[in-house]
Design a protein around this ligand. Structure first.
Ligand code: SAM
Length: 235
C-alpha cells in the first residue's frame, strides 16, 4: 500500500513512518509513503498557499491551484483521496477497514479554516472527522487515520491481535492484566489464573459487554446480540 500525504509540514508527518510498527512495515515493503509539500507547487514569489475567504469571515483558506497541482503530480484522479475534516463523516473502524483495501491512499492535510471546496469536489475527496473537536491542522488527524488503516494490512501486525480488539465484534475490549499477580494491593481476577479457557472467554465477554453498556451504549443499539450475550446482559 502506498500512502501519499500532501502537507505544508512534512517534518511533522515523517517521524510517524520512521518509528516502531510503521517503520518496520516500510522496511519489509508492506507499505511505502510519499510526502508532498504542496507549497512546492505555488509559483508566486512568496509561495502563497492561502487566501482570504470569499464571503468574509475569520481566517484564511487553502488556495485551490497549488494543492490541485500537487494532487495532479500524484495522479490523484486515479486514487482514493481523503480529506480529514472536522466537518466530515465520522471516521470509524469500518471506514478504516474499507480504506485498508485500497492500494494507494492520498491524504490532504488542511490548515487555517480549511481547503477550497472545489478541490475536494474535483478529486472526489472523502471527508472524515476523527472526533467531535477541532484540531488546528489535518496532519495529526491524517496520521490517526493512516495508523488505523495500515495496521489492518496483511503482515503489519499479527492476525490474532486484530481479532479480539475493540470494535472487531462491535464491542469494546475487556480489561487486560499481566504479571505480577499482586500490584499495590490489587489482584489479577482469579478466573484469569484458572487456566479454564471457557470460563476465561465468558468472563472476557461479560467484561466487554459491561464496558460497552457503560461507556458506549450506542454500539449495543447497532449490534445484533447473540443468545449468550443477551443472557449475560439479562435482556
Ligand atoms: N473551519 C473548520 C471547521 O470549523 O470545520 C476547522 C478548520 S481546522 C482549524 C484546520 C484543519 O484541521 C482542517 O482543515 C482539518 O484538516 C483539520 N481538522 C480539525 N479538526 C479535525 C477533526 N476533528 N477531524 C479531522 N480533521 C480535523
Amino acid at each position: 500500500m502506498n500512502i501519499v500525504v500532501l502537507t505544508l509540514f512534512p517534518e511533522l508527518v515523517e517521524p510517524y513512518f520512521t518509528t516502531s510498527i510503521p517503520a518496520k512495515a516500510v522496511e519489509r515493503g508492506l507499505i511505502s509513503y510519499t510526502l508532498v509539500n504542496f507549497r512546492d507547487f505555488a509559483h508566486d514569489r512568496h509561495r502563497t498557499c492561502d487566501d482570504a475567504p470569499y464571503g468574509g469571515g475569520a481566517g484564511m483558506v487553502i488556495k485551490p491551484e497549488p494543492l490541485a497541482e500537487a494532487l495532479d503530480s500524484v495522479d490523484a484522479l486515479s486514487h482514493t483521496v481523503v480529506y480529514p475534516s472536522a466537518a466530515g463523516y465520522r471516521f470509524t473502524q469500518q471506514v478504516a477497514r474499507d480504506l485498508s483495501r485500497e492500494e494507494t491512499l492520498i491524504f490532504i492535510c488542511g490548515r487555517y479554516e480549511g481547503v477550497d471546496q472545489r478541490v475536494l469536489d474535483f478529486y472526489r475527496a472523502r471527508e472524515y472527522s476523527i472526533g467531535d473537536y477541532v484540531l488546528s491542522s489535518g496532519e495529526l488527524a491524517a496520521l490517526v487515520m493512516i495508523d488505523a488503516v495500515i495496521r489492518l494490512r496483511e503482515g503489519v501486525i499479527t492476525r490474532e491481535s486484530l481479532e479480539e480488539e475493540s470494535y472487531a465484534s462491535g464491542l469494546l475490549e475487556y480489561p487486560h492484566y499481566t504479571r505480577p499477580v499482586e500490584f499495590r494491593g490489587m489482584s489479577v481476577p482469579e478466573v484469569l489464573l484458572s487456566g479454564h479457557h471457557a470460563e476465561i472467554r465468558r468472563w472476557r465477554l461479560r467484561k466487554s459487554l459491561e464496558r460497552t453498556l457503560d461507556r458506549r451504549p450506542d454500539l449495543l443499539h447497532n449490534k445484533a446480540l447473540t443468545e449468550e450475550e443477551k443472557g449475560i446482559l439479562k435482556i
